[in-house]
Design a binder for this molecule. Structure first.
Ligand code: CDP
Ligand code: CDP
Length: 237
């Protein structure tokens, strides 16, 4: 019997984590979990309540009293490019958390150790038992350091910004490519340079640069690696 693995996919904004992870999960019959959606949901709540993004104690307290649940997206949501349904204290915020303001706020509160502690333990609970593809920034390093398959997905900043800009265009958002490139660069820098759980490739993660690769090709490669590991872990017990 093949084992059901824990697959960790980390990487910078626009590298293709959500799209690829969702596809890999669907092919393997695994659960897909977007850890970034949890940071975004908490950020939305902080913005709504006008909690200052430099007030670490208040943000940690907010994280502790917040209930965030991820569920599979509906077929209509999938068609619109949304991969997880996100519930913030029982209210659906799937679409609301996708804006640039929320993304920036998420990356600011993601620098706070106390906030990460709360969300990491919820992620560990959500993914326990295996048969899961979780994507984010610290999945292979902190959330599931013992994941059987770790991928660090990357692409050039220009390509990542171009991909994000295309999505904005399709949604009718009037934002320039340069603005998107700046937003992505700023968030990457903060994610890579923060003291707690920075975005870094785990030693045992495979670096996969998909600048010149399509979604299908990237997902197929990861599925191939997963099946190899499912078999080897199944045989060794
Ligand atoms: O989750 P992450 O921010 O890493 O990226 P994403 O939201 O999965 O991907 C950003 C955009 O790039 C999506 O519109 C994907 O369809 C697209 N993409 C692509 O065109 N080629 C790839 N190899 C990967 C993603
Ligand atoms: O989709 P995109 O790659 O643009 O971002 P996301 O995955 O939705 O994450 C939003 C922000 O949450 C990131 O810029 C990180 O600051 C933070 N995050 C994190 O610190 N750790 C994670 N495991 C996931 C997200």
């Amino acid at each position: 019997m093949a084992t059901r693995l824990t697959i960790a996919i980390d990487g910078p904004a626009g590298s293709g984590k959500s799209t690829v992870a969702r596809r890999v999960a669907a092919t393997l019959g695994y659960i897909y979990l977007d850890s970034g959606a949890m940071y975004r949901a908490l950020a939305l709540k902080a913005l709504e309540r006008r909690v200052r993004l430099d007030d670490e104690a208040a943000l940690e307290a907010l994280a502790r009293e917040t209930h965030i649940v991820l569920k599979p997206a509906t077929p209509e949501q999938e068609a619109a490019g949304l991969k997880n349904r996100v519930f913030l204290d029982g209210r659906e915020v799937t679409e609301e958390i996708r804006g640039a303001e929320v993304a920036q706020a998420a990356s600011r509160l993601a620098t706070i150790a106390g906030v990460r502690e709360v969300l990491v333990s919820e992620q560990q609970r959500a993914g326990e038992g295996g048969g899961v593809v979780m994507e984010g920034r610290d999945i292979g390093t902190v959330v599931f350091p013992r994941a059987e398959l770790k991928i660090f997905l990357d692409a050039s900043p220009e390509t990542r910004a171009q991909r994000r800009w295309k999505e904005h265009q399709e949604n009718g958002d009037s934002v320039t490519l340069l603005e998107v490139l700046q937003e992505v660069r700023e968030r990457d820098k903060r994610d890579r340079e923060r003291k707690v759980s920075p975005l870094v490739r785990a030693k045992d993660a495979m670096l996969l640069d998909n600048t010149a690769m399509g979604i299908e090709e990237t997902a197929r490669l990861i599925v191939f690696l997963a099946r190899e590991r499912e078999d080897s872990h199944g045989h060794s017990g």
